[in-house]
Ligand binder design. Structure first.
Ligand code: UDP
Length: 262
């Protein structure tokens, strides 16, 4: 019954659903699935700055796989199904909510600029911010009022998003701390997953050093995309260090658990 098995479709013949700055989405092997492909492109400042960093996509695919697998295991619903190869993962097709949800633990980036708070200041509590996903407008910050008034998400959906964002933050702060890394801030995206008539909000997109600020706990060395934004160099080495500390091994090595940094 060979014809019942999912067919291998060469990449060149797959239908491209969407191409973003750092990823491409292809149609998946079964209805309701997509293939998420990680490119090596690095962009910043609304794509005004662009570069190709060989191997970044491979690292982000592995790091995002690891984090989404952990989230699935603790019962945080996500779009992630499994990694397929070095650059691709199988995901559930969701309806992306057009918001970038930023969670902050320590002042950095736009928060320091906007409010004049010194970079590295521990925030009195975790702060959640919403940005409207719109490149032409430069992803403006929006409030719950805008989100509900313009129908980007319903009040109940915002509640679900905030509850999930807090769970993801609590979990990831601990996970990275165990690897000697401070989770300064990060960006999440959410999607609507339809199961018959029922709809659930799930974590979508990616979680990687492209979308998180990660600082070495001892030296405050930046292990994230700020190395690119600020022309610090050594981006690949930094992402490799994050993968190593999380215990993510290369293809031919046996995966171990997270490496506890004393
Ligand atoms: N971020 C992201 N994509 C964006 C904007 C921000 O992944 O389009 C992440 C960024 O890497 C950081 C967090 O969200 O971890 C907060 O970013 P911030 O608002 O400080 O923006 P930026 O410094 O990039 O202007």
């Amino acid at each position: 019954m060979d014809f019942l098995k999912p067919r291998y479709v060469p990449m060149s013949r797959r239908r491209r659903i969407y191409e973003g700055k750092a990823k491409v989405l292809y149609e998946g092997p079964e209805p309701g699935t997509l293939i998420q492909h990680f490119k090596d492109d690095a962009t910043a400042f609304n794509a005004q700055k662009h570069d190709v960093i060989d191997g970044k996509g491979v690292l982000n695919n592995r790091i995002s796989e690891y984090l989404f697998t952990q989230l699935n295991q603790i019962g945080v619903p996500t779009h992630f199904l499994r990694r397929l190869n070095m650059r691709e993962q199988l995901i559930r097709e969701v309806e992306i909510i057009p918001l970038e949800v930023v969670v902050r633990n320590v002042a950095a980036g736009s928060l320091t600029k906007k409010l004049g708070i010194e970079e590295g200041t521990q925030l009195p509590r975790s702060i959640i911010e919403f940005y409207y996903k719109n490149d032409a407008l430069g992803d403006p910050m929006v409030s719950e009022e805008h989100i509900t008034a313009f129908g980007w998400a319903a009040p109940q959906e915002i509640d679900d998003i905030m509850a999930l964002a807090i769970r993801v933050n609590d979990f990831m702060v601990g996970l990275f701390l165990g690897a000697g890394i401070r989770l300064v801030d990060f960006k999440l995206e959410f999607g609507r997953l339809w199961e018959g008539d029922l709809m659930r909000i799930v974590v979508a997109d990616e979680i990687s050093p492209d979308s998180c600020r990660l600082w070495d706990i001892k030296t405050n060395n930046k292990l994230d995309k700020d190395r690119f934004r600020q022309d610090l160099g050594g981006l690949l080495e930094a992402y490799t260090e994050v993968a190593r500390r999380l215990g993510i091994m290369s293809e031919n090595e046996r995966p171990t658990g997270p490496v506890l940094v004393q």
